[in-house]
Design a protein. Structure first.
Length: 184
């Protein structure tokens, strides 16, 4: 059985003082109201999640545990420990917490690093468009550098590549304009 600590001095409260309206802490003499529900005395039954086998999907949060379900909100694989039945669906703890805190669920994010890389590379096929897209890519890189990335962690490599390509394209345009002006 677990001891309940006093809220002021953290001294253990004896079991005979639980569920009493007029209990007093033996150490600090503070009035206590330790109301204990019957569930406190039940021994929790936690089923151990199976370890991942070759070819099985693993839990997103526990890489060594075998996946038992998929979160119906974000699609992450969950072991039996992480799976929560919420509103008749399987939810992961992060989706439940994000709904509790923000009031709405975040299931996707705008990937600004990918957007900047696309702005820097796709117009290379039709190079005159780089006059517009290179500065746009630079704007996206600098504006959204600290914006939240993907729901799944990834590096800033796309931002770096987009930055380099955009600077090179802008430099080429500046050189071309300067060359054209000097020829006149």
């Amino acid at each position: 059985m677990t001891d309940l600590p006093c809220a002021l001095c953290a001294a253990p409260i004896p079991a005979d003082r639980w569920n009493s309206q007029s209990a007093i802490c033996a150490k600090c003499r503070a009035p206590l109201a330790a109301m204990v529900f019957p569930a406190f005395f039940r021994v929790p039954r936690v089923e151990a999640a199976a370890l991942v086998q070759e070819g099985d999907a693993s839990c997103f949060y526990h890489a060594r545990k075998s996946a038992a379900a998929v979160c119906d909100q974000c699609g992450r694989f969950l072991c039996s420990l992480c799976q929560v039945d919420f509103l008749g669906q399987n939810w992961c703890p992060v989706c439940i917490e994000s709904r509790r805190v923000g009031g709405k669920l975040e299931t996707r994010r705008t990937l600004y690093d990918t957007m900047a890389l696309q702005l820097a590379t796709l117009p290379l096929l039709l190079w005159p468009f780089t006059l517009i897209t290179a500065p746009s890519a630079l704007y996206v890189v600098f504006r959204y550098w600290r914006a939240p990335g993907s729901l799944v962690p990834r590096t800033r490599a796309r931002f770096y590549i987009a930055l380099v390509l955009s600077v090179v394209q802008s430099g080429c345009w500046l050189w071309l304009i300067a060359f054209a002006v000097s020829r006149r």
